[in-house]
Design a binder for this molecule. Structure first.
Ligand code: ADP
Length: 268
């Protein structure tokens, strides 16, 4: 469904006199594929190039080199009709659930916005669809009249997920979508994402620095280090065996769940 081939990217920097300096290479020859109904984890420490790659896949940042094929079409060479369709099929949920929403809108308006832009529903159909979406993400229909400040972080992320699935997309880029939540909320949102994936045959690109979250939901895992893919494997504990320093760094960033284990861990 998604084919990423030979993506390289660099950012142009400028000095204090606004003159161009040597560009920074942030992605080097990245290639991989993602099939329908699968969750692919894109892991890496901060600055590895994960968000840049996510933005390139979403069509937001044109790569210097390489191609992104979505269902066989190069997403940077589409006519306006095909681009309109791909915007439905490709959705994103960001980490910062608060800044992703307009604070003045109600939950129902936030979730209903893509429906207004893309579907021609009658007011009754629109209302029904929003109610359905609220229930699908574990919220109550009455929550539709509340505004963002009346929700917890976990609840607001559910609203962002409802908005992302409103148009029955094929691929969702989850950019650190559970990273700012506490462990309990993280677990609940990951279960919700897994359930939605199963029910709607969704594909996810799960961008994260958290190997534990990735192992909970991903079928396959890739690790990015300084713009290079340094590990590709199944979403199981075999990643723990990798000797690559960047993978080891991610593994060691996990804090053991029990505090006594944490003390032992810190002294290792
Ligand atoms: P990650 O998501 O893994 O933290 P990013 O893709 O955000 O990594 O960043 C990769 C590198 O690209 C970093 O060194 C970052 O400073 C740089 N970078 C990101 N966005 C820009 C930009 N718009 N202009 C210049 N450099 C950028």
């Amino acid at each position: 469904m998604l084919e990423v081939s030979n993506i390289s990217h660099q950012y142009q920097n400028r000095n204090q006199w606004f003159r161009k300096t040597k560009p920074t290479q942030v992605l080097k020859q990245i290639s991989f594929t993602l099939e329908k109904g699968y969750c692919l984890g894109l892991l890496g420490m901060s600055g590895a190039g994960k968000s840049t790659l996510g933005n390139i896949i979403l069509g937001l940042e044109k790569p210097v080199e390489g191609q992104i094929l979505f269902e066989g079409q190069d997403i940077y060479r589409l006519n306006s009709q095909a681009r309109h369709q791909i915007r439905r099929d490709l959705q994103v949920v960001f980490q910062d659930c608060y800044s992703a929403v307009n604070p003045l809108m109600t939950a129902a308006q936030i979730i209903g916005e893509p429906l207004y832009n893309y579907e021609k529903l009658t007011p009754i159909e629109h209302k029904q669809r929003v109610a359905e979406l609220l229930e699908q993400v574990g919220l109550r229909v009455e929550d539709g009249s509340k505004r963002p400040h009346q929700f917890s972080g976990g609840q607001l992320q559910r609203i962002n997920i409802a908005r992302a699935i409103a148009l029955n997309p094929k691929l969702i880029v989850l950019d650190e979508s559970v990273s700012s939540l506490d462990m309990v909320n993280q677990g609940q949102i990951l279960s919700l994402l897994a359930e939605l994936k199963k029910n709607y045959q969704l594909s996810y690109l799960f961008v994260t620095h958290d190997i534990r979250a990735a192992l909970t939901i991903c079928d396959r895992i890739m690790v990015l280090d300084q713009g290079e893919l340094v590990y590709q494997g199944y979403g199981d504990h075999s990643i723990m065996e990798s000797k690559h320093p960047a993978v080891q760094q991610l593994v060691h960033a996990i804090l053991p769940e029990h505090p006594s284990e944490r003390i032992r861990f810190q002294h290792q």
